[in-house]
Design a protein around this ligand. Structure first.
Ligand code: FES
Ligand SMILES: [Fe+2]
Length: 431
């Protein structure tokens, strides 16, 4: 097989998870041609606020402009290539200053000044690339405060790339009585010894929670039962317990896939549906949206939404996870939390608790998954088989150009993801 033909129906070749050559290829083909999540606008409230991030191996900086717009620049001094900003976030003031020779730049990236500039006069700096300042990323979309970039000059337009998948972001924003979200704090970062796509597979793998999380979530259920207490469960038990739901529960809740690799679990039900109500929230939603619309917004119980290639959003609990590939066998998972502006503080408390209990490097649940990823990374070294199976509820001739839904225990979302992955690996420029 070549490094671009790793997916065949219900199977994915193990090299997709292990090969450094494939990793290098997908950084260019998949990641530069996709729309990648960069940051949330609430991280940049003031002019000059910035966040730095690396996407597709490219050091980038997003900066809030005086106009209110967010520009994205390559975080590289046009002089000798130094990263101009080294911190994860901050405020650049009225200009950016390179720490090496003190060239300065406007927040737009435009060159502002150079010490002893007259010494460049004979060679007309303006004719050099360096004279044009810090390069800017042209393809930036701020969708309801979620900032995405596409690094390639050519490729799908934002709306076409995501299509109806944007409904998950819409629903999460609409859950705020003011229609606004705010990032709270820094993300939890957890480094895994595995390929990034194993983490993406896991997001729609509904047949693992009741097995892999039995020792953590199952224990919480047992302890509560043994306590003999009745009535409202402690928040931690309420958050853990649904992980022990049956295969039938996950099958019934359904799964939906959209074109271009996106999809979500939880159409009619999800593990987030039965959380107890928090006083004041419903009333604030009704007063802002009216009862019918509030019911519609909160009735959407979708579980995990996978945005190709490396973002996962959980609307009902307001978290998102960014899966950052470092190499074929190293991945950092960032788990972010969002506050529903205008909602009671207890809503945020539940979101914080969920992130700590389920996603944190110190949680009990995340370790169950990490152990599976790392065992898979080791197990795939075996010569016993070349293929990983993702054929649950596979149908011969599956097509990937339309929205479809089926039983929630299907691995259709993984196949949908790999169909897109393979298409981009084979033909990045035809998108
Ligand atoms: S490398 Fe930035 S000013 Fe020289
Ligand atoms: Fe899990």
């Amino acid at each position: 097989m070549t490094n671009t033909s790793g997916f065949r129906g219900g199977e994915i070749h193990k090299s997709a998870y292990l090969s450094e050559a494939i990793f290098a290829t997908e950084q260019v083909t998949v990641f530069t041609h996709s729309w990648l999540y960069l940051c949330h606008a609430s991280q940049l409230p003031q002019a000059g606020d910035y966040v730095t991030v690396e996407l597709a191996g490219q050091p980038l900086v997003a900066i809030r402009q005086k106009s209110g717009a967010i520009h994205v620049l390559y975080n590289r001094c046009p002089h000798k290539g130094v990263k101009v900003l080294a911190e994860a976030q901050g405020n650049c003031g009225r200009f950016l200053r390179c720490p090496y020779h003190a060239w300065t730049f406007k927040p737009t990236g435009e060159l502002l000044s150079i010490p002893v500039k007259t010494e460049y006069d004979p060679c007309t700096l303006s004719a050099c690339e360096a004279g044009s300042g810090m390069a800017r990323v042209d393809n930036v979309v701020n969708y309801r405060d979620f900032v995405f970039v596409r690094l390639s000059a050519t490729g799908m337009a934002f709306d076409h790339f995501f299509g109806d998948a944007l409904s998950t972001l819409d629903n999460m924003v609409d859950r705020s009585p003011q229609g606004q979200l705010r990032v709270v704090g820094a993300p939890l970062r957890h480094r895994h010894r595995c390929n990034w796509k194993m983490v993406m597979d896991n997001q729609t793998d509904t047949c693992h929670p009741m097995v892999a999380h039995e020792s953590s979530a199952g224990e919480a259920v047992n302890l509560w039962a043994q306590s003999g207490q009745q009535g409202t469960q402690p928040m931690a038990v309420e958050l853990f317990s649904p992980f022990m739901s049956s295969h039938a529960f996950f099958a019934d809740m359904g799964i939906r896939v959209w074109p271009n690799g996106h999809g979500h679990t939880g159409i009619s039900n999800s593990i987030h549906k039965e959380y107890s109500s928090i006083p004041g929230y419903w009333e604030s939603m009704v007063s802002h949206y009216g009862e019918a619309r509030a019911r519609e917004i909160l009735g959407d119980t979708r579980h995990n939404t996978v945005y190709f290639p490396n973002l996962m959003v959980k609307g009902p609990i307001q978290t998102l996870r960014v899966i950052r590939p470092l190499s074929a066998s190293e991945t950092v998972v960032e788990s972010w939390i969002l506050e529903l502006v205008g909602a009671p503080q207890k809503m945020l408390e539940r979101t914080v608790q969920y992130n700590n209990l389920i996603n944190s490097p110190c949680s009990m649940v995340a370790h169950d998954d990490v152990e599976m990823y790392e065992r898979a990374t080791d197990g795939l070294q075996s010569s016993a088989s070349e293929w990983v199976n993702i054929s649950r509820l596979y149908q011969v001739g599956e097509q990937w150009d339309d929205t479809r839904q089926t039983a929630g225990t299907s691995e259709i979302a993984m196949r949908n993801f790999y169909a897109m992955w393979q298409r981009m690996m084979e033909n990045a420029h035809a998108n």
